[in-house]
Write a protein that binds this ligand. Structure first.
Ligand code: FRU
Length: 489
């Protein structure tokens, strides 16, 4: 396997072949980051869900392993879920001391328009996550009469000394808890409202602010069939006492995690040692509205770069900041810097075989409009445009030859960088753009605003063009080339 196809991301994980959606079972164990994922190993479209598996020592270089979970004859497909380390053998599966547990949804397809039956199941692994055994008493949580009842995310809650599971239950997030990791009882639920769609893949974790305050974030992905235009992953900062989550007042509808269309089902890693202390998550870079149509093969689906999560305390309510994990920087191969760009703009030739990172610093962004064109052979291009007056960054991929496969895909994505609209006028705009063949991740103002988008050029990359009417306000433009993570594959 070469990982050399024109659209194949070189610094993002994608399966060698066939379909992938959500990240599952993200757990760090014995020096290895595990990434399981929703996978259809026999086709390039969504189908009978398995758990695929990849491992990494640094969250950047991944090695795909054998299938971890298969659909069950009796209970159905292996839908999304999570994994934890049972280090005290509470479950009793590990007489030798400890092992890994995976919680997931079994989904039984039903015929004639009757919705599938979703129940929660458990599997255990005593060989460091390589192979899994389904628990004989599955399901561990039977369906209570809900059409949508899925995606268990489990974590240990220090304060109540209990294991907690959050689950999606239609327009609500359900809370369960357990002492022994086997028997689970419902402890609460929070209605998220029906403004955006059915809730999927909830997660709940604390993030420490710089001043040391712990803030809980409840994160959810919305199956946005009702409003496909809207950002799909939202988060609610608040308090969690072991049974009830209470969002801070004033954020009824949650806050946006990513303004692009292609970031979904994000899940945080469990098992990261306290000495490390980072909170890291990863998302599936796609959108259900068109995910089955995207023009890649023999694989379909890519994960984001794992992102470290921070909280910005300058706001009344602390807000999320996301940045690529520090390990990412080790991929930087060469660096060039262009300073004080005048209104002639510039053209920067780009190596089509490499991936690229651009860091752009703009002084007085309220007085500086600019456009960055990414140019491919045969004059193909897409663009990023900064609208200074409105403080809007707009990504337009509609002119790429193969963008027309879906109406939503050709619509532009926009992020309003509100800080620069309302904030002091001397504030700088900083953009960090990671361009990796068919995927681009943009981190704005140190990750306070993020935009993730797929792009499907038909030809190799040639250059980028910056065109400005800024009078030298683009202070610095740094370009790093990035080494492929598949070099030795
Ligand atoms: C989210 C999701 C989950 C479900 C899985 C099925 O993308 O719809 O709710 O468990 O994908 O593949």
């Amino acid at each position: 396997m070469s990982y050399k196809e024109l659209l194949r991301p070189q610094i993002h994980f994608s399966p060698k072949q066939n379909w992938m959606n959500d990240p599952n079972g993200c757990v760090f164990y014995k020096g290895v980051y595990h990434l399981y994922f929703q996978h259809h190993p026999h086709d390039n479209e969504w189908g009978p869900m398995h758990w695929g598996h990849a491992e990494s020592a640094d969250l950047i270089h991944w090695e795909e392993k054998d299938i971890a979970l298969y659909p069950s004859k009796k209970l159905g497909m292996a839908f999304s879920g999570s994994a934890v380390v049972d280090d005290d053998n509470l479950s009793g599966f590990f007489p030798e001391g400890e092992g890994l547990l995976a919680y997931y949804t079994n989904h039984l397809e039903q015929e004639d328009g009757i919705p599938g039956l979703q129940q929660q199941s458990l599997a255990w692994s005593s060989n460091e996550g390589l192979t899994w055994n389904e628990y004989e008493n599955n399901p561990i949580i039977k369906n209570p009469g809900l059409v949508d009842f899925r995606d268990p995310k489990v974590f240990y809650h220090e304060l109540s000394k209990r294991w907690i599971m959050v689950l999606s239950g239609g327009y609500s997030v359900l809370f369960y808890s357990s002492d022994d990791l086997l028997l689970w009882e419902k402890s609460g639920e929070i209605n998220i409202g029906n403004s955006f769609g059915v809730v999927e893949c909830p997660d709940l974790f604390p993030v420490k602010t710089e001043s040391g305050r712990l803030v809980w974030l409840l994160t959810v992905s919305f199956l946005s069939t009702m409003s496909p235009d809207l950002p799909t992953v939202r988060y609610f900062p608040g308090d969690f006492n072991g049974t009830t989550f209470t969002p801070f007042s004033g954020i009824k509808e949650g806050l946006v995690s990513d303004y692009g269309r292609d970031f979904y089902a994000a899940q945080s890693w469990s098992g990261i040692p306290q000495a490390d202390g980072r909170k890291i998550w990863i998302g599936w870079c796609n959108h259900w509205e068109y995910s089955n149509q995207i023009p890649t093969q023999p694989w379909r689906g890519v994960m984001s770069i794992p992102r470290e999560l921070f909280l910005d305390e300058n706001e009344v309510i602390p807000v999320l900041k996301q940045l690529p994990v520090e390990e990412f920087k080790a991929l930087r191969k060469s660096t060039e810097s262009i300073r004080d760009i005048n209104d002639d703009g510039f053209v920067l030739p780009l190596d089509p075989d490499l991936s690229h990172e651009f860091i752009i610093k703009v002084q007085k962004p309220a007085e500086c409009d600019f456009i960055i064109f990414f140019n491919y052979l045969k004059k193909e291009k897409w663009k990023l445009e900064w609208h200074s007056k409105e403080a809007l960054l707009e990504l337009d991929r509609s002119s790429l030859v193969s963008s027309g496969f879906n109406n939503l895909f050709i619509k532009t994505s926009v992020v309003e960088v509100t800080d620069l609209k309302e904030g002091p006028s001397n504030q700088e705009l900083d953009l960090r753009i990671i361009l990796d063949r068919s995927i681009v991740e943009i981190f704005i103002l140190g990750g306070k605003f993020v935009m993730t988008s797929q792009i499907f050029p038909s030809y190799p990359l040639v250059s980028l063009t910056v065109s400005t009417v800024c009078g030298g306000r683009i202070r610095e433009f740094i370009h790093h080339t990035l080494d492929s993570i598949w070099l030795d594959k």
